[in-house]
Design a protein around this ligand. Sequence first.
Ligand code: FDA
Length: 524
Amino acid sequence: MSHSILVATCVLLVTITFIDAIVTNNEFVSCMTNFVLPFANTSRYVFTEDMPMYSSLVLSQHNPRCSNSTLSQKPLGIVMPQNEYEIRAAILCSQKHGLQVRVRSGGHDYEGLSYLCKTSFVVIDMSNLRSISVDIHDETAWVQSGATLGELYYSIAQESHTHGFPAGICPSVGVGGHFSGGGFGAMVRKYGLAADNVVDAYLVDAKGRFLDREAMGEDLFWAIRGGGGSSFGVIVSWKIKLVRVPPTVTVFNVHKNMDHHTNEIIHHWQNVAYKMRNELFIRLVIQYIHDNKTTPVQALFNSLFLGELKDLLPLMNESFPQLGLKPTDCMEMSWIESVLYFAGLEKSPKLLLGNKTDPYVSYFKAKSDFVTKPIPKQVFVDIQEKFLQQKLVFMIMDPYGGRMSEISDAHLPFPHRRGTLYNIQYLVKWEVNGIRASNKHIHWLRELYKYMKPYVSKHPRHAYLNYRDLDLGTNNQGNMSYSEAIVWGEKYFKRNFKRLARVKSMIDPDNFFRNEQSIPLHQN
Ligand code: FDA
């Protein structure tokens, strides 16, 4: 960004003062108009309650449970910026009128923190900022936060069949939230997190400044790669390092009914999945399947191998023969086809475009854990019993090791690296709306989580920010002190929480960017 833009930003700032006032739609809109271009038509990108599009934009469809939330104020406006100047205007006008902001990219936040708030607020929705530019020669890409992972994967595959990017499995997830919370998928063992492969970023801070990596400095650049973007500013775009993938990869899905034999296989999986070759990722999903099978609880071994079948089979025979993998279980394909396969989509890469890739829309609640020692076999017997009582439940276990073990816990805010065997996501879904139904299912999940306590990481029990869980604690709308917030902060970030709070104090000393789990200011 040019020096003259920075200077212009600073001049504009002089006119801004913080006031706490009850503000009308019109006041906010006219502030936006004055900031951007006095003659520009704001109805192109600012939507208030009196406008027809407003209601369809208010709530995200990804987890309707959140619309039952107590955080149920409606936003005064939804700003859908088309450039960084409109983001800056939204930030500065919100400050001027005493409003909070919520930033939404893909809208998948598990607790709806990107579009819900208890007090007067504005949503900055990044959906219009979704361009992707791939430079295959340089093996990099710039991707705007409003793009989805599916769009990113598609754009890379359009340019090259031997490049990819190691981010999450669900194509409808937004780049903005995903990268800023860490982000992992089927290449995590080979290439680490999405955030590990970010090399630059472009952000608008609370003062309305436009900052790239050089201008923001290494502390802030560190913080936004895993510490959650919403505490620090609005990230407009990210520069990523693409990774190399072979022209042919191999995938398999092996289903097993949960029984004594499968329990043995799971036991072996726990002991080998994290130390197999980095090219091999075998995730384990325990789930309740809706059909007439005698054993409705099943274990699914779902795998991506960055190589051909002829190389996979000897590897499996040597290190994980208990699974009994057969060539007929496997399929060879291109990396982009494997993305579709993992997402449960047909073999057409165009399906990765747009927001229509989400087959998972339902009421849900999730929690997470990290496992550092194999869990005793009896626990999986008990889990099967518990799943039979609940249905529509999933325990998704992603193996770490490989590249993840080579990166230090302090390298980025995401600290769950060496010594982690795998991550668990517990997920319960339901289809009936209503507080009573929600409470029943959430209660069940909390009981399962309680039951798992002795078998997972301890002191504190760790969790993954991108599987956000307000049960871990909230900071009272961003008003909690550092020493109080440490209770949940260290669960997500271990010792990195302190550095995050220091960066927060430096970049946003007035704590403008805050929410129920934002990073607090540091106390000396
Ligand atoms: P959303 O827009 O709701 O943002 C999430 C958080 O980031 C909010 O706090 C928001 O304010 C903030 N934020 C968003 N954009 C920002 C920006 N531009 N600047 C600053 N702050 C910003 N995770 C994973 O690691 N691997 C996986 O495979 C999956 N799979 C998956 C599937 C499904 C169906 C869901 C619902 C979720 C996942 N996730 C996941 C979790 C996912 O990574 C997590 O929910 C991300 O935060 C979602 O990012 P979005 O941009 O979609 O959400």
